[in-house]
Each structure stands twice: as C-alpha cells, then as structure tokens.
Ligand binder design. Sequence first.
Ligand SMILES: *Cc1c(COP(=O)(O)O)cnc(C)c1O
Length: 427
Amino acid sequence: MLYQRSSALFDEAYQYIPGGVNSPVRAFKSVGGVPIFMKSAKGAYMTDADDNTYIDYINSWGPAILGHTHPEVLEAIQKQAESGFSFGTPTELETEIAKLIVKNVPNIDQIRMVSSGTEACMSAIRLARGFTGRDKIIKFEGCYHGHSDSFLIKAGSGAATFGNPNSPGVTAGTAKDTLLARYNDAEQVADLFRHNPGEIAAIIVEPVAGNMGCVLPENNFLQNLRKLCDENGALLIFDEVMTGFRLAFGGAQEVFNVKADLVTYGKVIGGGLPVGAFAGRNEIMDHLAPKGGVYQAGTLSGNPLAMRAGLTTLELIRKDENLYQNLNKTAETLDFEIGKILNSKNIEHRINRKGSMMSIFFHVNAVSNFEEAANANHSLFNNFFHHLLANGIYLPPSGFETWFISAAIKENEIDRTLEVIRKFEYS
Ligand SMILES: *Cc1c(COP(=O)(O)O)cnc(C)c1O
C-alpha cells in the first residue's frame, strides 16, 4: 500500500498545526510511521487520501456505532442544516433529545448538553464540588476524563501513549486536589477517604476503562465505590463518554446495575458531531446556573445540527431491538477467533472485552489496571497494528486504546480481518 498523498499532507500539516494533528494520538507516535489522512467513510469502511480503503475498528473513537455516514443520520443533518446551523437560543430539539435520554437511562432526571466529553467531565466535577462544598476528587490511574487540568494526572489514552502523565501547565495547586488510586483497588480508595476525611467531593471513574486499553471492573469494584461514596458523603461520577449508549442504551449504570450520582456522556451521544453531556438527579442538577449557583455555559451547547445528529442516532439505536446483541456477537466472534489464531501462533496475549469494546494486550498475565496494561508488549502491538494497517484494517494506533465495533461490521469484514491476522508474523 502506498501512502504518498498522506505523507505529503502530513508534511504540510506539520508546518501549520502543532505536530501536524489536532489530537495527539492521531500522529501515530506510539506505533510509528506516517499518520493516514482519511477523506471519506461509509458503513464499515474508511478511504484515505491515496484511495486505500480500510475496515474501521475506531469508528471515530466510538460515535459511529451504526457505521459511518448512516443514510438516515445524513438525511437528518442535511434537512436540519436548511433551517439554520445555530441560533444561540433554546430550541424544541434540545428538549426532545433530553427527554429521550432521561426517560430511557436509569437514575437521571435532568441533562445538560455541552460540546465535548472534556467539557462534560470538567463541568460534572465543578458541580460535584459546588454541591458538596468539598475540593478533592479521586481518579484512577489510566482513566481519561478529557484534558481539563484536574484530570491530567496519570491519565491514560494519548497521555499514556506519550509517557508524560503529568502535563506541564497543570499547576501544583490543581494537582493537589486530585487523589489517585489504582483501578480495581477499592481498598486504596477506602484509604484515601480515611486520610482525607470530609474533603472528597467525588470519585470519577470509567465504569469500563477504555483509555488504557479495555479494562473491566472486577470484584465488585463499582459496587464498592458506590458504598464508599455513600459512607463518606461523596458523589460517584460515572464517566460514560465511552460506555454510554454503547454497552447498552442505559450505559454501564444499566449493565452493572450500579447507580451513579452524576453521569457524563460524549462520543455516541453526538452521532459524529461534537456533543457531550452530563446528567443527574434533580437535587444535584438544580445547583447548576441559571437555577443554582454553579456556573456552566456554552455558545454552541445544544447546537441544532449536533442535536439532530445525536437525536437521530439515539432514535435509530432505540428502534433496533437487536443492536446491542448483534454488536456483542460481532465482538465475541472477533474475540474468540483472534484468540484462537494467536494461540496457534504461540503469541502470548489477553483480550479484554465488554460488549463491543475490546482490546488485545500482548501479555501473559491478566490486565486489570494501568500498570499491568503498561507492562504488556507494546512493540508487539505496534507490529500487529502495522500488519493490519498494511492489509486494509484500521485499529486504534496505540496499545492503550480500545477498539470500537460498529453495526456495519458484518461477516465479510470479520472474515477479512481474521484472514489478515492469520498471516501475522511477529518479527
Ligand atoms: C473520549 C473521552 C473523554 C473526552 O471526550 P472528548 O470529546 O475527547 O473531550 C472523556 N472521558 C472518556 C472516558 C473518554 O473516552
């Protein structure tokens, strides 16, 4: 495969955009090589600037759960655009999407729309602090909650890929209010509560972690966090930017049957347009401006084009009774068959999977926290990545990221993927 045009585009972008990209992981720094510039996508496939096509396992990092450029979503966006792009006033559309979500997601009464997952998490933390009157928060090593200052402490994802978990520019004052614990280690969390009595506003957690690769909650981790929050008057925030509307319509709250006090959304909720949201019970959400004192705002929040894309996507998800079952089946087949192939090649690995989120760690031991994810053989992952890329299969370009299966990936795509993996040789 040739990447002449991508290569030229990257050289040019490099002059005008920091590192040539608008989000770090896209630069392929972790896996090496030239980042591929895409120009179009439809269904299960993306096409790059050199006209190579790929089966897509990122799906825009989750939003394209129905596959790319779904015809009904496309039509809805086109139609909406004719009525105007943005008004800076309330619209009926905002209530429509809010109602759909509140009525079908457990345990939330109100939802506020923002424009990214970062904004959602940042705002949820401010609200938790405003509501509890406390400053400190607990986050987990390897969990990513967007790039706002409070969270860039041992964050996963791009930050892990680049090996500088503490970003320059985050002040010591901010960092001191973020307490860290190991994922799946509720004992450490209990210790933090003991050592910081009456000071912890909230725990924020990815209920299934996706930003250190896919890591599942184990040994009643989420239930234990719920209990610790209740005992200590802190709020439990589920960052469902990845898991929301992906594991189930009601997200991880529904799947694990654990109630969060605040929930953040992004990715799928915007159907491919820039949307985030945070939601909770009335007693908490009533603290937000203009009703309450906790300030939060956005010029393009609730933007009609973005709401239309999100609403149409969520309605399509609701309509398809078998969607989650089918996604699960696709991922299960990939999980099982890839495992068989790698075993036959004596390649040590672990596949972590929940529903349609999965990733491969080339590691002999189970991976249940960031340290274990970091100990996997990432250079082997990079080999694997490039073998697949060269054969028209696009995985996330880092061993610290999750694959997102879309409904457009069917038998043909699975077969092709397995055929390519059968030819993989680790050199
Ligand atoms: C992607 C992600 C975010 C950040 O969302 P952006 O839209 O990129 O700002 C936050 N939390 C989790 C769990 C994510 O996966």
